[in-house]
Design a binder for this molecule. Structure first.
Ligand code: ADP
Ligand code: MG
Length: 314
């Protein structure tokens, strides 16, 4: 058998919390377990797997909890909530995946690394906060926060006002060497959850910033840093489409880099959902990765074997 292939799997929101669910621990654990079964199969078929995941709903809920409880306990900032969510989701995955592997007779440690992702202070994203986080407020409350704290708030499609934060480009993980050492020693690693906790360099050290990193773009950095052969984004649609949700919709089995760039220019991939996934795959392949795949969570195994999803190749 040749060298063992390394796959970085980026799990979307639906792997942890499904639309319409409240977000109880039981619900999240059940979803994570269903995902863990799939990942255990990948590991059983001989791949070295590194897992990353989104954290939007979990961080949103933490922000609500912190704010609601702030008369008794100080509310914690966004970077700390990011770390909390990495720990929470990682814990659930460690438990579920550990169990599923054991059932299959595979004794492999599963470990979560709380991961800091370096971003640049000069990233243009800091000049235009764009990513909504946390609870909805009334216009009056939002205006007060803008005046008192200098925050940016926007009206969100008639549902109320929401704070927006910058979404800078990920550069490199602080814990890169540690993650690589774990992966190479055969540990199943969960890392860079939520795209990583955004930090900036200050006097040679790191400091958390109020921002969020796109989890797919962050996943691509992770994939490069661990030298992955394959980068797989698992979401809630079977394939990437052109003319998505129009009568002309065409689902794609494969895109070359040139095609990706053409379709990106034509505006087929929505910002904030499919846009960053396609861009993350483009970056992975452009930087020398073998293949990147976007597929639905329940077709993970087939997608990796070339029978489902959309493949991005050179
Ligand atoms: P995740 O939580 O997995 O990151 P997102 O909601 O961010 O999921 O992104 C997946 C969504 O992207 C799909 O549910 C789909 O509605 C949307 N989408 C936007 N453009 C496209 C496209 N061109 N092809 C397929 N899906 C698209
Ligand atoms: Mg997303």
């Amino acid at each position: 058998m040749g060298r063992q292939k390394t796959i970085v799997v980026a799990l979307g929101g639906n792997a942890i919390l499904q639309p319409g669910q409240k977000g109880t621990a039981e619900e999240q654990l059940r979803n994570v377990d269903a995902t863990a079964k799939q990942i255990a199969q990948l590991i059983a078929s001989g791949y070295r797997v590194v897992i990353t995941h989104g954290n939007g709903p979990q961080v949103g809920n933490l922000l609500i909890q912190h704010e609601a409880g702030s008369s008794q306990v100080p509310a914690l900032p966004l970077d700390v909530c990011g770390a909390q969510s990495q720990g929470q989701i990682g814990y659930m995955m460690q438990q579920c995946l550990g169990k599923r592997l054991k059932e299959m007779g595979i004794e492999k440690p599963v470990v979560t690394v709380v991961t800091q992702m370096i971003v640049s202070k000069d990233d243009p994203a800091f000049a235009k906060p764009s990513k909504p986080v946390g609870p909805f407020y009334t216009e009056e409350q939002a205006r007060l926060r803008m005046e008192q704290k200098g925050e940016t708030w926007v009206e969100d499609a008639g549902r109320g006002w929401r704070k927006v934060v910058p979404s800078p480009d990920p550069i490199s993980m602080v814990e890169k060497e540690a993650i690589l050492a774990l992966v190479e020693s055969g540990v199943v690693v969960i890392a860079n959850g939520g795209g990583g906790i955004p930090v900036v360099q200050k006097d040679g050290y790191y400091e958390g910033v109020e921002a969020v990193i796109d989890k797919d773009l962050g996943g691509q950095r992770l994939a490069m840093d661990v030298g992955a052969d394959m980068f797989v984004i698992l979401t809630d649609v079977d394939k990437v489409a052109l003319h998505y949700k129009t009568p002309e919709q065409v689902n794609l089995d494969q895109m070359t880099l040139a095609e990706v760039e053409k379709y990106q220019k034509e505006g087929h991939f929505k910002a904030g959902s499919m846009g960053p996934k396609v861009e993350a795959c483009r970056r992975f392949v452009a930087a020398g990765g073998e293949v990147a795949i976007i597929a639905s969570l329940d077709t993970a195994i087939d997608a990796i074997n070339g029978r489902a999803g959309t493949r991005i190749v050179r």
